[in-house]
Design a protein around this ligand. Sequence first.
Ligand code: C2E
Ligand code: CA
Ligand code: CA
Ligand code: CA
Length: 279
Amino acid sequence: AKEQGRAIYQFYLPQMNERAVARLKIETQLRGALARREFVLHYQPKASLTSGEITGFEALLRWQHPAHGLVPPLKFISVLEDTGLIVSVGEWVVRTVCDQLNKWQSQGLVLHPVSVNLSARQFQQQDLDSVIGKTLEMTAIDPHFLEFELTESVLMKEAEAAANALQNLKAFGVKISMDDFGTGYSSLAYLKRFPLDTLKIDRAFIRDVTTDLDDAAIAVAMIKLAHSLGLKVVAEGVETRAQLDFLIENGCDEMQGYYFSQPLPLERASQALIQGYRL
Ligand code: C2E
Ligand code: CA
Ligand code: CA
Ligand code: CA
């Protein structure tokens, strides 16, 4: 058994090295990307299911790579998280969103809340709330136009830190949204424990909502649950008219998804605001 263990060890070691080297390479590239300002935000609009109008945007990170083009977050977010680089990048995201809100305002546009995703790793920072507080002060935006999205796994991994930080963030006047609702654990306990404003139904439940009776029942229950707790409810990943009709019929407040709009580069998000783009 000992011999075999050693054989396996020798077999895996070079592969693990290769992986570690590849990761180190990405880490170095990501540090460079931050320094060279290669990160950009795209803005995906959300729509009201009663008026059809834009109600807000979600800011979504992309890496504008000089050779590979626009790189989606699934390719690099986990490296940012594992290396702790997400802390600096996350601060950049909040600052950029606040600056953008000021620009839209100075262009005379009607403002809508913009939401920013927060990773568990950002709550391990002692001063997450004070860093955000300083950004709010420096940019002087109305905090009601800033919203933070957290998943249940963030709340599970960093329950204590998150509870404290979220209370402080709420005191600034920002909004808090539970992202990917239904995909994590102990959803119901978290709804009571944390100061939430909004619940986002994960797109896994929306996908088959018009064909799968179980998904339909779950989606309806989530909408009722959110409303009975005084929360706004947003459906994610809405791609078809049939899904939209189902959500309207069942009293969901807002939607986000390709049926309304993809995440848009800044210029096109501004255009959508100027033109009053609607469902
Ligand atoms: P998320 O927070 O759940 O964001 C929604 C994702 O769903 C986005 O993917 C969006 O483009 C995609 N999406 C929107 N509508 C539809 C639809 O109708 N159908 C389908 N199939 N997909 C739709 P994206 O932009 O690739 O982002 C992926 C994830 O990366 C996000 O999931 C979020 O967890 C993470 N992420 C993005 N930006 C940031 C950031 O600034 N900070 C942190 N910590 N995480 C981020
Ligand atoms: Ca999100
Ligand atoms: Ca989501
Ligand atoms: Ca997600």
